[in-house]
Design a protein around this ligand. Structure first.
Ligand SMILES: Cc1cc2nc3c(=O)[nH]c(=O)nc-3n(C[C@H](O)[C@H](O)[C@H](O)COP(=O)(O)OP(=O)(O)OC[C@H]3O[C@@H](n4cnc5c(N)ncnc54)[C@H](O)[C@@H]3O)c2cc1C
Length: 461
């Protein structure tokens, strides 16, 4: 009888422990591996067009790598997965373990349904180097602070990448085909394992040297863009960590130690957030700490209009608008600008972080529940080891510091293209030559900062 490998957010063939487990099982049974993907209408409904279009593109790439043998079925996995197992007479369905609240609940239900059908759900590995929930403090508790987590994570270490099985006997079965949702007007990056592996190698060769200095600069291509393949599992973080460990450092033209350590540390943040969500599934929607009173949040038509201005990149603050337009155009935004735009929503517009997080999840191609929700909580000051609430990003100063010549703003805000240099960050100072079509600031940052701090002081009192 064939073994089923049910792909979810592990859309690759290299360094894939669940694939290795499925192939081992199939060889023991002297049979084939059935590659299955289920388009779950629940997940399909909440994702915005760019994410769906990207998912479709990466599924196409996976199907091609499988020689056209990817079996796509539509429907609730609790029904579809046991039905497929029954159809082919499989007794084992291999998966990469899900670690987020939705996936954990779904897998429990699928495992129970499979058991009723006389089959077993077999989880192997996770989308992380160290599985969420594995590490504990000396007192046996969950980590609440990043630095000791990172220390424990580095000390724990991880397996070497799993070898790619040589010839896999993929089973054939009728497929309903990959759906083809349009991306709207978003320019998507190339999808699939091979495309991202090539991009990663380009980064290792040309981008890692200087990463520590350049990673905060949205005007330079200073980061790796690996958040997209890590989200969809087109690459596993263990692969990246193994490659990083092999990079020669310190020589001429080579990355410095702090470039490599800095990059590894960013991957540790990804693992920390997954660990926090594992222990606190409620943090997907609820603040881990209350830092302002409930009545501090604005609501009503004016608040909605300000939210729309933010979402459309019309706040009149150039760095905020550039970031929101970058996300709308390419489905991705630089990390520094994600921090500034998120802070602006929470502390300048006094809107709850959950509202912004929902829009990011809809529009980001790398939109990922643990990373998105807990980074929003970090900015809002409500999360684990978060930025203190009283630290309010000044969008103008941030622009002058991290986009010093204004190139990033000019790239994404065409109304400001004629303004040269860093003056682009203060269009209100241009006097009579104020650019036509660019809005005046929707709020006064200095005043809103005072209000945010007063709200915080009320909560503390
Ligand atoms: C408000 C907000 C929302 C965010 N939403 C998401 C999201 O939905 N999905 C997502 O993957 N990242 C999210 N991030 C984190 C970060 O912005 C992106 O991972 C990063 O911009 C991706 O670009 P890169 O791959 O070029 O990063 P690089 O600088 O090349 O970093 C390498 C990798 O490290 C990890 N990493 C880097 N920064 C962070 C961070 N702050 N938190 C966790 N992991 C990090 C990512 O996996 C990234 O691919 C968010 C950050 C903020 C402030």
């Amino acid at each position: 009888m064939p073994t089923v490998l049910w792909f979810r957010r592990d859309l690759r063939l290299s360094d894939h422990p669940a694939l290795v487990a499925a192939v081992t099982q199939a060889r023991a049974d002297d049979d084939e591996v059935l590659a299955l993907y289920v388009t779950d209408p629940v997940l399909w409904r909440v994702a915005g067009p760019p994410r769906l279009a990207y998912l479709a593109a990466t599924l196409e790439a996976l199907d091609e790598a499988l020689g056209g043998r990817l079996v796509v079925r539509h429907g609730d996995p609790v029904e579809v997965v046991p039905a497929v197992a029954r159809e082919v007479g499989a007794r084992h369905v291999h998966v990469t373990a899900a670690t987020e609240p939705f996936g954990r609940r779904r897998d429990e239900a699928v495992a129970a349904a499979l058991a009723r059908a006389g089959a077993e759900l077999v989880p192997t590995g996770s989308p992380y180097a160290v599985a969420p929930g594995r590490l504990a403090t000396g007192a046996g508790e969950e980590f609440k602070v990043f630095t000791p987590f990172r220390r424990a994570w580095l000390a724990h270490g991880w397996h070497a990448p799993a070898p790619r099985p040589r010839s896999v006997p993929w089973a054939a079965l009728a497929s309903q085909g990959v759906p083809r949702p349009p991306a709207g007007d978003v320019r998507l990056p190339p999808a699939g394992e091979a495309a991202h592996r090539a991009r990663w190698h380009r980064f290792l060769e040309g981008g890692l040297a200087g990463y520590a200095d350049r990673r905060d600069r949205p005007d330079l291509e200073g980061t790796s863009s690996m958040s997209i393949p890590l989200k969809w599992g087109e690459l596993h973080p263990r692969t990246l960590l193994a490659d990083l460990a092999a990079v020669p450092v310190g020589g001429r033209g080579e990355p410095a130690r702090e470039d490599v350590d800095g990059y590894r540390s960013e991957l540790a943040w990804r693992e920390f957030h997954a660990d926090v969500l594992w222990h606190r599934p409620g943090s997907r929607t609820r603040s881990l700490r209350d830092v302002v009173p409930e009545d501090a949040w604005d609501s009503g038509p004016d608040a909605d209009a300000r939210f729309d201005a933010w979402a459309e990149g019309r706040t009149g603050y150039p760095l905020v608008d550039a970031g929101m337009r970058q996300m709308r155009t390419v489905g991705w935004m630089h990390n520094r600008v994600r921090m500034v735009t998120a802070s602006f929503l929470v502390k300048d517009l006094h809107l709850p972080w959950q509202r912004g997080a929902a829009l990011f999840m809809e529009r980001l191609v790398d939109g990922d529940v643990p990373q998105n929700q807990l980074n929003w909580q970090w900015v809002a000051g409500t999360g684990r080891d978060a930025a203190p609430y009283f630290r309010v990003f000044n969008p103008v100063v941030q622009g002058e510091k991290f986009d010093p010549d204004g190139d990033y703003v000019r790239r994404w805000v065409p109304e400001l293209r004629e303004v040269s240099g860093r003056a682009v960050h203060r269009p209100w100072d241009l006097g009579l030559v104020a650019p036509e079509g660019y809005p005046a600031p929707v709020v006064d940052h200095a005043r809103e900062r005072e209000r945010a701090l007063a709200d915080h002081a009320r909560a503390r009192a």
